[in-house]
Design a protein around this ligand. Structure first.
Ligand code: MN
Ligand code: MN
Length: 371
């Protein structure tokens, strides 16, 4: 049995629990996760209809040939692949070809499905109600297989190579945006499918903005320089942050840096199967609070990572959900002092029997860059 058949069967099994006749999965990443067929349909309809006794994949008709060549072989868990023309009503097509004349209750990814699409489904299947299957798919997606961990590791190794190369481009007069352009160029040159999010380079006081936008600010002597970047590679993401000092740091900058580093390492040590995710956040936060910077750590400690750069679960202080083997998330505490600058250190980790496994390994000790 392929990993895709196993995944599809798991969703199918849930239908009975949910008292639903079928599931309609429409998030392209979930479809890729469940079938192995990766497709960006843009605004067109892509849907995987799962009944207890069958699976039908609806793809934009221009993708049908690709879907058939990738999924059509013997042993495929997809029973039928149907092309949806631009002139078709996709919901009517689902009704005509999904093997279901009536559906009372349909499982969908509620956080993904748009209200307009839900209403059109409701118009096609009279008296339809919805139940959520998104949580199950998210939880399945977060427990990575060894093959997925290997892909995440490859994405992490690649981005660290990009960062090392990009640091050589830091010189007097270079702007944040120029460094972003260099990094994204290096990513492609080194074989990344693309950045997994907009590359961030923030110089000086801008580094105090956790979601700052790189611009015309030049690297500055005696200030922080923050890099937050990631790549897509073979369908999986990396996400790393390192903060450097250009020239000589002040005593306060050194204290801020070493506090974030201690917090990040404490959070990594808090990773343990069976313990709540909240403890990872608390471990980082208590180090920062004890150093007197609590009010400058303004975000959660991390987020799930996989086919998407931000996915389930959220690593925050109120998430009492237990860590499980194979979960992958980021650990990225920061201190952002307005006017002084900010430091964030971010690693990607996975949960193992013996604590955190590290996907990223770029050096973290305070590093001075000379310009
Ligand atoms: Mn990041
Ligand atoms: Mn992140």
């Amino acid at each position: 049995m392929t990993v895709y058949t196993e995944r599809i069967n798991k969703v199918r099994k849930e239908l009975e629990q949910l008292d639903a006749e079928a599931a309609l999965i429409t998030s392209p990443l979930s479809v890729a996760y469940l079938t192995g067929f990766a497709c960006d349909p843009h605004e067109r309809f892509l849907g995987l209809l799962l009944r207890e006794d069958g699976a039908v994949l609806f793809v934009p008709s221009l993708e049908k040939e690709k879907a058939e060549s990738e999924l059509g072989g013997a042993g495929s868990s997809i029973h039928e692949i149907l092309g949806v023309q631009d002139t078709d009503d996709p919901y009517d097509k689902v009704k005509q070809n999904g093997g279901l004349s009536t559906v009372r209750r349909l499982a969908v990814e509620k956080e993904y499905m748009k209200l307009g699409h839900a209403e059109r489904l409701g118009a096609v299947f009279e008296g339809l109600t919805f139940t959520d299957i998104g949580g199950l798919v998210s939880r399945m997606r977060n427990r990575k297989t060894p093959e997925e961990i290997a892909k995440l590791k490859a994405a992490a190794v690649l981005v660290e190579d990009v960062l090392a190369e990009g640091l050589k481009r830091v010189k007097a007069g270079v702007t944040e945006l120029e460094l972003v352009a260099e990094l994204e160029y290096i990513m492609k040159k080194k074989g990344a499918d693309g950045p997994s999010f907009d590359t961030m380079v923030l110089a000086g006081a801008n580094s105090a903005l956790p979601h700052g936008v790189p611009g015309a600010t030049k690297v500055q002597e005696g200030a922080f320089l923050l890099f937050d970047l990631g790549v897509f590679k073979d369908g999986y993401c990396s996400d790393i942050t390192r903060t450097f000092v250009v020239g000589e740091p002040s005593a306060e900058m050194e204290k801020i840096y070493n506090t974030v580093l201690a917090a990040e390492e404490a959070a990594i040590r808090a990773v343990q199967i069976g313990r709540p995710l909240a403890e990872v956040d608390r471990a980082a936060r208590s180090v920062i609070e004890d150093a007197g910077y609590g009010r400058y750590f303004t975000h959660r400690t991390g987020h799930g990572l996989g086919m998407e750069v931000h996915e389930y679960p959220s690593v925050h202080g109120a998430n009492e959900e237990a860590m499980e083997a194979g979960m992958v998330f980021t650990i990225e505490p920061g201190i952002y002092v307005p006017g002084v600058g900010g430091v964030r250190i971010e690693d990607d980790v996975y949960v193992t029997e013996s604590g955190a496994g590290l996907l990223t390994s770029f050096p973290k000790a305070l590093t001075r860059l000379e310009i």
